[in-house]
Write a protein that binds this ligand. Structure first.
Ligand SMILES: Cc1cc2nc3c(=O)[nH]c(=O)nc-3n(C[C@H](O)[C@H](O)[C@H](O)COP(=O)(O)OP(=O)(O)OC[C@H]3O[C@@H](n4cnc5c(N)ncnc54)[C@H](O)[C@@H]3O)c2cc1C
Length: 78
């Protein structure tokens, strides 16, 4: 299957479309990453950094929510 364009291309009106697509995906718990997910002209280093930052943020938020659950259990005497 041929996909046109096989490269990130920027034109007038691209930014609002990207913002809307990303908003929709995040609403469904999907984090767009990488050159095509974020539709940006990024290098290999940038996409790896963004993925590591996202994983680190996710790990922190999971720790925080686990902390809230654990605190809730203590308050309930469990
Ligand atoms: C010609 C060219 C030269 C470049 N040179 C450099 C360079 O010298 N240095 C540098 O830092 N960066 C360079 N880049 C940029 C670099 O390739 C990208 O920034 C980087 O690969 C983006 O990583 P990614 O994971 O976002 O996407 P990708 O590396 O494109 O990975 C996406 C993967 O998803 C797969 N995929 C897509 N659709 C589906 C699907 N429906 N189901 C399953 N799998 C799917 C693809 O096959 C691919 O393996 C170059 C890019 C190009 C095009």
């Amino acid at each position: 299957m041929a996909i046109e364009p096989a490269y990130v291309v920027f034109s007038l009106g691209t930014q609002p479309m990207i913002a809307e697509a990303q908003r929709f995906l995040r609403e469904w718990g999907v984090e767009p990453l990488g050159r095509y997910g974020r539709w940006e002209y990024s290098s290999m280093g940038q996409v790896m950094r963004d993925a590591l930052n996202w994983a680190s943020d996710l790990r922190s938020s999971m720790r925080m929510s686990r902390g809230v659950v654990e605190l809730g259990n203590i308050e309930r005497g469990q």
